[in-house]
Write a protein that binds this ligand. Sequence first.
Ligand SMILES: *[C@@H]1O[C@H](CO)[C@@H](O)[C@H](O)[C@H]1NC(C)=O
Length: 303
Amino acid sequence: MIKQLFVLAVIHVLLTCSANALSRHRRVIGGKMAGDGDWPWLVSLHGEIVTKKLFGFIPIAHKHLVCGGSVLNDRWILTAAHCFYDRNGGTEKRKPSNWEAKLASVTLKSNPIEKIKNFLGTLFNKESWRYWEVDVERIVLHPQYSNKNFWEHDIALVRLSRSVPSGPHYDKIKRVPLPSVDNASFPGVGDDCVMKGWGCRSGGAKLSFKAHSVSLPVYNKKSCAKIYGTRDIGERICAGYLYNGKGICKGDSGGPLTCRNKDGQWIQVGVASFSSRDRPGSYPAVFTRVSAYLDWIKKTIKG
Ligand SMILES: *[C@@H]1O[C@H](CO)[C@@H](O)[C@H](O)[C@H]1NC(C)=O
């Protein structure tokens, strides 16, 4: 079984999603849809990469990329490093100017009603009607990130070009709570955790896509390593099921896995990194362990 399992960074492209082995109606992979104002720390990152140029300089074809992320403060987003990695050695995905973040919205693409509401919100200074599309100013990959060995240190920070309202007075954007320490027993095997993102739900469809959440219990690390054919999964957390039709998918990359701690508070413990390429609903997904990177996150955001 191990040899047949392909792993792919659950990266990008809504478009390739429909070509995935998953059949259409299963694409949610067991998820639930978001309502407006749910999950105020959930962010979608949108990349637009020029793939073809006329006469070498007029862009005529683009590739659209989507990753999830979470709000750390008014200026910084936490996501996965592989969102910005190009297998073919290109650097376009690494360029901040090719990326934009959308906050305070559970839809990937705003429908006309949302757009009008947003416009009126801007006009009448009504923040609760608004969503925010902000250019990316800087992308900081973890210095040891490597596409080898199952995307080691698959974590990145994205700085927005301007600050967004966040804080106690604004309900639509909130900081995600991170773990305060690297606690080996949190989250524990079987703990109930939830992944949120846009995943493959959006593949191919023409409607506006809403974020969804899927409940994924923490999976035993050793068994997870075995599934993916490695001895040790390192600073990672596995969550999900074996053959239960629930999981994460392309487009969920970089999105937050949150678990409830003993005080009942939801904490972001993981960043979506990879899953099985061909059958993501059949295997547990793998997340970068946020608590192993707290120092790096703090240092980068301060610096
Ligand atoms: C570590 O996590 C366990 C399980 O949630 C908890 O009981 C314990 O108090 C935590 N320890 C620290 C230092 O936070």
